[in-house]
Design a protein around this ligand. Structure first.
Ligand code: NDP
Length: 477
C-alpha cells in the first residue's frame, strides 16, 4: 500500500519522527542519502517495520506516496536547498515539501516563493523536543500553504505532544511564520537556560553550596511555580556524579557553551524589527563570552585583587525562586512582543495565544507557567505586555523586589548575572512613564540638528545651541 507521507533524512530527528509517525498508524516512506542507514533503520525498527517503506532513490520514495504527495525533509541545516533541488524534478504540481529542520525563516520565505513558482507547496515547520520529543510527541510550529497543512494536519496532530488532550501542533501563518515561532521558542529557551545557570552560579560561587544540594533545590522548585522541563533536567544534571572521578559531573564539564544559531537569529531579527529582547540577547552573549575561556582565565589573573564589596545581602532560596520566576516571565514578555512585531511586519496575523499553547507540552520550554501565559494572551495583553496582564503583574510586583535583591547582591559579590540584570532593567524601564531619552534627543539635536518633539506639543524643534555647534566645530577643525 502507498504511504501518506515520506521522510528524507534519518538522522537523530528524522529517524525518531518516522518511528513516531509509524507508531501512530500512518505508513511512512523513508529515504536517507546513505542507503545503508535506511536499511539499518528499518531493520532495527521492530514491530513498526511494516509501517515503514524504505526507498533507496528519491524517485522510489516519491513513487510510493499517495497524492498530493507530502515529503518531510529532516536533514542537516546546510543541506536543505540541495535536497529540495534533487527532489523537485520528481514531484508534480500540488505536491508539498515540508522542511522540518531548524531553518532561518528568511530561507523558508525564499524557498516557499521559489517553489510556488514551480507549482509546489512548501511548509516550514519547526519541531521542538529533541530526540525524545521527536519519538513520542514534539511541539510542532508550522507555516506556509494552509491548504497543504490541512492535508497532513491529522498526521501532525497525532504525532505531536498533547496538553490536556489538545495537540501541540498548529499552523501559524504563511511562508516563514512557523520557523519564526520556532526561532523565538529557541531564543526564549536560551534565556530560560541562562537564568537557571545564573542562579546556579550565585549558589555555587556566592554561597559555596555543594553542587548536589543545588540540584536538590532545583528538584524541589520543580514541584512549585517554576515547574518546567528545564528546571527538572537542571536538577538532574547537577545531581549526576562522574563515574571516573566521583566528582559532580558538571564540575568535569568545560564551561564553553555551544550554539547552533537560533538564539542569535532571534536577537538579530529582533534588532531589525526595532525590538530588543534583552534577556535573550544576554543569554546569547553569555554563550558567546563563554567560548573565550582563555581570555577569561587571563582576566581572572589580571583582576585577582578585586574583592566582593561589603553590603551584599544573603539571599534566601525563596528570594532566588521568586527572582527566577519574575525574570522568566519578563523573558517571555520580550519573546511574545517580538512575535507580535514580526507578525505585523510580515503580515502573518499570528495567533500569539496559540504560540504559547503549542509550547505547553513536548517542547524544551514546556512549563506550568505556559498554561497561565496562554490564558493571559488569549484574554488579551495590555500594550502587548505579558507583564501588564493582571495575573502576571501581580507575580512581578511581588517578585521584582526579590529580583532587585538578587541583582544587587550579585553585583556587590562580583558575580555576573547578565540575563537577570537585563530583565530588571527592562522592567524598570517599562514602568517609568518618563525616561531619560529627553537628554538623548537634546544631544542628537546638538550635534546633528536632528530636532525634537516638545512635551507641550509640536515636532521639529531645535535647541538654542546653534552657535555652540559652530563653536565646537571650530575647535575640532
Ligand atoms: P543532522 O543535522 O546531523 O542531519 C543528519 C541527516 O542529514 C542525515 O540523515 C544525513 O544523511 C543528512 N544529510 C546531511 N547532509 C546531506 C546532504 N547534503 N544531502 C542529503 N542528506 C544530507 O541531524 P539531526 O537529526 O540532529 O537534525 C536534523 C534537523 O533537525 C536540523 O535542522 C536540526 O537543527 C533540527 N533539530 C534538531 C534537534 C536535535 O535535538 N538534534 C532538535 C530540533 C531540531 P547521511 O546519513 O547520508 O549523512
Amino acid at each position: 500500500s502507498q504511504a501518506r507521507i515520506g521522510l528524507i533524512g534519518l538522522g537523530v530527528m528524522g529517524a525518531n519522527l518516522s518511528l513516531n509517525i509509524a507508531d501512530n498508524g500512518f505508513p511512512v516512506a523513508v529515504y536517507n542519502r546513505t542507503s545503508s542507514v535506511t536499511d539499518e533503520f528499518v531493520a532495527s525498527s521492530g514491530d513498526l517495520a511494516d509501517k515503514l517503506s524504505p526507498a533507496h532513490t528519491l524517485e522510489a520514495l516519491v513513487a510510493s506516496l499517495t497524492t498530493p504527495r507530502a515529503v518531510i525533509i529532516m536533514v542537516a541545516a546546510g543541506a536543505v536547498d540541495a535536497v529540495i533541488d534533487e527532489l523537485k524534478p520528481h514531484l508534480d504540481k500540488g505536491d508539498m515539501i515540508i522542511d522540518a529542520g531548524n531553518a532561518n525563516f528568511h530561507d523558508t520565505r525564499r524557498r516557499e516563493a521559489a517553489l510556488k513558482n514551480d507549482g509546489l507547496n512548501f511548509i516550514g515547520m519547526g519541531v521542538s523536543g529533541g530526540e525524545e520529543g521527536a519519538r513520542f510527541g514534539p511541539s510542532i510550529m508550522a507555516g506556509g500553504d494552509i491548504a497543504s497543512f490541512e492535508v497532513i494536519r491529522d498526521i501532525l496532530e497525532a504525532i505531536s505532544a498533547k496538553h490536556n488532550g489538545q495537540p501541540c501542533a498548529d499552523h501559524f501563518g504563511p511562508d516563514g511564520a512557523g520557523h519564526f515561532v520556532k526561532t523565538v521558542h529557541n531564543g526564549i529557551e536560551y534565556a530560560d537556560m541562562q537564568m537557571i545557570a545564573e542562579v546556579y552560579g550565585l549558589l555555587r560561587d556566592g554561597d559555596k553550596r555543594p553542587t548536589a544540594e543545588i540540584g536538590k533545590l532545583f528538584e524541589a522548585w520543580d514541584q512549585g511555580p517554576l515547574n518546567s522541563y528545564l528546571i527538572e533536567i537542571s536538577g538532574k544534571v547537577l545531581q549526576a556524579v562522574d563515574e571516573k572521578t566521583g566528582n559532580p559531573l558538571v564540575d568535569m564539564i568545560v564551561d564553553k557553551a555551544g550554539q547552533k544559531g537560533t538564539g542569535r537569529w532571534t536577537a538579530i531579527e529582533a534588532l531589525s524589527l526595532g525590538q530588543s529582547p534583552s534577556t535573550i540577547e544576554a543569554a546569547v552573549a553569555g554563550r558567546s563570552w563563554s567560548s573565550e575561556k582563555e581570555t577569561r582565565e587571563a582576566g581572572e589573573a589580571i583582576f585577582a585583587d578585586i574583592q566582593p564589596q561589603a553590603g551584599a545581602e544573603t539571599l534566601s532560596d525563596a528570594d532566588l525562586e521568586k527572582a527566577l520566576l519574575a525574570a522568566k516571565i519578563i523573558a517571555y514578555d520580550q519573546g511574545i512582543k517580538l512575535l507580535a512585531a514580526a507578525s505585523e511586519e510580515y503580515k502573518w496575523d499570528l495567533d500569539l495565544a496559540s504560540c504559547a499553547e503549542v509550547w505547553r507540552a513536548g517542547c524544551i520550554i514546556r512549563s506550568a507557567l505556559l498554561d497561565d501565559m496562554a490564558s493571559a494572551v488569549r484574554e488579551g495583553l495590555p500594550h502587548t505586555q505579558l507583564i501588564f496582564a493582571p495575573r502576571f503583574a501581580q507575580i512581578i510586583r511581588e517578585g521584582s523586589s526579590a529580583l532587585r535583591r538578587v541583582v544587587a547582591s550579585a553585583a556587590l559579590r562580583g558575580l555576573p548575572t547578565p540575563a537577570f540584570s537585563n530583565a530588571l532593567a527592562y522592567f524598570d524601564t517599562m514602568r517609568m512613564g518618563r525616561g531619560t531619552t529627553d537628554l538623548i534627543q537634546g544631544q542628537r539635536d546638538f550635534f546633528g540638528a536632528h530636532s525634537f518633539e516638545r512635551t507641550d506639543g509640536g515636532k521639529g524643534h531645535h535647541g538654542p545651541w546653534a552657535s555652540d555647534v559652530a563653536h565646537s566645530a571650530a575647535l575640532t577643525d
